[in-house]
Design a protein around this ligand. Structure first.
Ligand code: KIV
Length: 285
């Protein structure tokens, strides 16, 4: 079994040009398969609101939702570096609240790192405060779904020279504030490359092209499991949703038509003597 990676391993991977692999998970079973597949890092993302809780987005997701999910992922992947995603309003109000909620992820769920979105002066202050409290932080810039309303929707970012320069500065500021890595979402390849080259910490991509130090996908997108929408940057590796639906439909038909369960194959036995004794008792009424 591979040893759990640390922030030093990720720094070394960047230095060696070895790509970092990163997937989301929200539960024990999925985390277990990801660890068995040799993933480097797992994000317990607030995308849980879309793909697991079905609440239509990330805004309604609570700290309690995230702690339950992160604990379950830790149980499934004890030897993998796990990142807990700070949900909306768990860190926006003050440094103190941010440190307290980040601490819950470490104490109650056993994560290795937390991630938070944005690069405003408040976001930088939160990164600094959480780092100074002894925890590991990942930044997240580009398309940041919690700021979707301010961005005018969930669209690609950094598409002008000015916006790209702002993202480069944001990543540098996050590095200075103490972030050990930054996730860049939905920006052009050339912008991600410029960001990566401007800092010494790992820069990870979701929809930001191949120049990043590593790649993240939402597991339910790449498995063909979540089908409410399909982002342009996802590669589909399987059609799990179709496989599941077909299996469920076969089960429904089997039960309706009495093909399942089969007596003697899916059932428990009783000895002939006990069966006879039971019959006698039943006859007595
Ligand atoms: O919650 C999540 O899965 C994320 C990714 C979309 C980057 O933050």
């Amino acid at each position: 079994m591979a040893k759990k990676k640390t922030i030093l391993d990720f720094k070394q991977m960047k230095a060696n040009g070895e790509k970092i692999t990163y997937l989301t998970a929200y539960d024990y079973l999925v985390a277990r398969y990801e660890e068995r597949a040799g993933i480097d890092m797992i994000l317990v993302g607030d995308s849980i609101g879309n793909v697991q809780l079905g609440v239509g987005g990330t805004i309604p997701v609570t700290m309690d939702n995230m702690i339950t999910a992160a604990r379950s992922v830790r149980n499934g992947a004890p030897n993998t570096f796990i990142v807990g995603d700070m949900p909306f309003m768990s860190y926006q109000v003050s440094d103190e609240e941010a440190v307290r909620n980040a601490g819950r992820f470490f104490k109650e769920a056993g994560v290795d790192c937390i991630k938070l979105e944005g690069f405003s002066s408040a976001a930088l202050s939160r990164v600094k405060a959480i780092t100074e409290a002894g925890m590991v932080v990942m930044g997240h810039i580009g398309l940041t779904p919690q700021l979707g309303a301010q961005l005018g929707g969930n669209k690609a970012q950094g598409k002008s020279a000015e916006a790209a320069l702002q993202l480069i500065k944001a990543c540098q500021d996050l590095e200075k504030a103490g972030a050990f890595a930054v996730l860049v979402e939905a920006v052009p390849t050339v912008v991600c490359k410029a960001i990566r080259e401007s800092v010494s910490i790992p820069v990870l991509s979701i929809g930001a092209g191949p120049e990043a130090d590593g790649q993240l996908l939402i597991y339910a997108d790449m498995l063909g499991f979540f089908d409410d929408f399909f982002p342009k940057f996802v590669k589909k590796y399987a059609n799990i949703g179709e496989i599941m639906q077909k299996a469920f439909a076969e089960y429904v038909a089997d039960v309706k038509e009495c093909r399942f369960p089969i007596d003697g194959e899916h059932t428990y036995k009783i000895s002939a003597e006990e069966a006879a004794a039971l019959e006698e008792e039943l006859k007595k009424g």
